[in-house]
Design a protein around this ligand. Sequence first.
Ligand code: FAD
Length: 192
Amino acid sequence: MLAASEGLDTLVLEASAPGGQAGSSSKIENYLGFPTGISGAALPAAPRCRRESSAPDIAIPRQVERVDCHRPYTIHIEGHSAVRARAIVIASGAQYRKLALPDLARFEGVGIYYAATNIESTVCGGDEVIVVGGGNSAGQAAVFLARTGRHVHVLVRRDGLAATMSQYLITRIEQTPNITPSHAVRNRDARG
Ligand SMILES: Cc1cc2nc3c(=O)[nH]c(=O)nc-3n(C[C@H](O)[C@H](O)[C@H](O)COP(=O)(O)OP(=O)(O)OC[C@H]3O[C@@H](n4cnc5c(N)ncnc54)[C@H](O)[C@@H]3O)c2cc1C
């Protein structure tokens, strides 16, 4: 966005959806300029350019397959031709670590989810929910799902949440009677 506003010919290539991981968050509370928080769904639209002419070109979904590192760089896009650029910013982020569970793929999207948005909370309804992980995303998911779920169990490998979760989320979990952090049995293949 800033490169485009400086007059550079800018192309954004995104493999799946705008917003990356943040797009799947129910509410981001520490994003500068949004003191009351912003939903992940609204985030991609937030940093608008003042003039439409200074916005970058955005291509979605376009997966970058390979980059030839001779200047000018050549970026090969899956199923499409290549584009050339004098500079590339790679911000390919992270992918979810998955649990070593038998038949995991069969339940993805039908019981096992990697986000906690209104969609997942609607699907979970008033059921009991297990959130696996002790980081801030897990804490936010637990607090969010506890609003509608019967009970939320937060499964962590460590003895407590303090080493991996921000104190404001730990406090909220402690104040929410239908959330229980539980110590998970350590599994060498299942991290998170
Ligand atoms: C549910 C949830 C809640 C969160 N809440 C918060 C919060 O409240 N506060 C906070 O600070 N952080 C939060 N985070 C973490 C935050 O979203 C991430 O730290 C941040 O999004 C990382 O940004 P990124 O651009 O580095 O990577 P990502 O968000 O992972 O984005 C990388 C993008 O690159 C694309 N990509 C990867 N490879 C290719 C390729 N070959 N070709 C084209 N595109 C490609 C991916 O599709 C993806 O969209 C949350 C994360 C989640 C999952």
